[in-house]
Ligand binder design. Sequence first.
Ligand code: HEM
Length: 486
Amino acid sequence: MTGFDNFPFWLRFAHFINIIFITLLIRSGIEILSALPKLYWNDHAKPGTEWIKFTKKKMPEDRLWISLEEEESFSSWIALPGRKNLGLGRHWHFFSIIFWIANGAAYYLLLFTSDEWQHLVPTTLSTVPDAFHDAILYASFHFPPPGHPYNAIQQLTYFVVVFILGPFMIATGAAMSPAIDARFPKYPRIFRGRQVARSLHFLGMIAFVLFIIIHLTMVISERFSENMGNIVLGHTTSFGVAAGLFTLIVLFVIIVHIWVTGISLRKPRRIQNSLDLAIVPAKWLLFRKATSKQQFTKSKVSSFFRVNGYPPDTNEYKNLLENKFNTYKLKIFGLVQRQLELSLSDLHAMSKQEQITEHYCIQGWTAIGGWAGVPMQYIISLCTPLPDARYVVFRSFQYTNGDEFYEVLDLEIVKHQQTILAYELNGEPLDIGHGAPLRLRAETQLGYKMVKWIRSIEFVYDYKNIGMGQGGHREDHMYYSPRAGI
Ligand code: HEM
């Protein structure tokens, strides 16, 4: 860092806001990573093909294992909030994204409506060779001569971080959203798929962490008092005041992290609801019209498709299985003009829809499968929901910790053309792990919304008195969001 005067207030303020949200993004990102601590360069995410992993667990070969078993518990010292809290980690990530992007947008605007941009944007071609020369000097523990206000390598680094790395995190992050990818299937292909985007997003985080470490080292080792004055007060005349304020800022950031971690672990529901005040409207703006246009070719189908959730082990389900599901009856009721009871052969006799789509598990893995079944649009035309019906509750034969598994979907999502009741996967009848005899496919949603082993479908006005009232089993118990577009 070199000396220069008069950092404007907006720049110092944006820098401070950025410190808070980037550190929250890094820690909550690490929490998300802990749910599937393996990264892939292919969308099939086949176990064993990861290029890096942060777990020593080996999945058993002699029994059915589910992807929840792959999850690691990361310490709250690095992950927000740590200890296997994917739901809250995602809440913190999405909350921080909103403010990080808003702060970044305001910073860009002010940068280009003042002359501050000239400090960051190289305006001569010689910047690149000069930066190379500066790098050699730093590598041999010498400081290059100060620039105006930065030397070439500083200018180039800040330029890359502000104008390339930041937008890169937004672009790769967006490519991880099922709602975006289902609606614009060509978009994730820019990165060669969701898993590559995920790996690049992770490498972007590493780049940010390295930048922060080097940036801090340089600030401290080179002209510390001038740097302190500039970034805290905007001038270099009172080092004592600047150093005092800087210490307070660092303490404030540390206290924010300790507080948000502690309260997220102690009062998860309260934090979820508070963060949702910002997340829900943002998701509504972005994803309210999400519809799926996915259609992969057969050659893209994954040879391995993880399962999540243990199959039901009740006598009721075992009996159905023994009878090869011949006695299965899907019940459709609630706010409808006609209640229905449909056997598997009834469902097979209805119009069949096939779709090859990508499954997005909330834990991070993906797999491409060819599904076939009855469009929910057709079921809706048979039962005709009453005008009061706003949500659809899909109940499963499966119980987790004594509670029936269920998920609620917005009627609008259920009406989508690619929302089907699937009874086949890749041309074969559904196997038990993937939800036999019937499962939901709603392609703009994360996997946990697509209930397996479906027992019944109910059309309702509200879901507040179903389960714990959060909109699904995972929402009730794991603080996942009922809006699973991302
Ligand atoms: C410097 C800023 C950021 C850092 C350090 C960061 C870091 C991370 C990390 C480490 C993960 C975990 C990857 C995984 O295992 O799946 C993650 C997930 C994610 N990030 Fe970021 N991120 C940043 C900004 C953003 C932005 C701006 C967006 C918005 C578009 C975004 C969207 C996402 C999404 C959608 C996920 C996956 C969430 C899920 O499906 O559970 N991130 N981030």
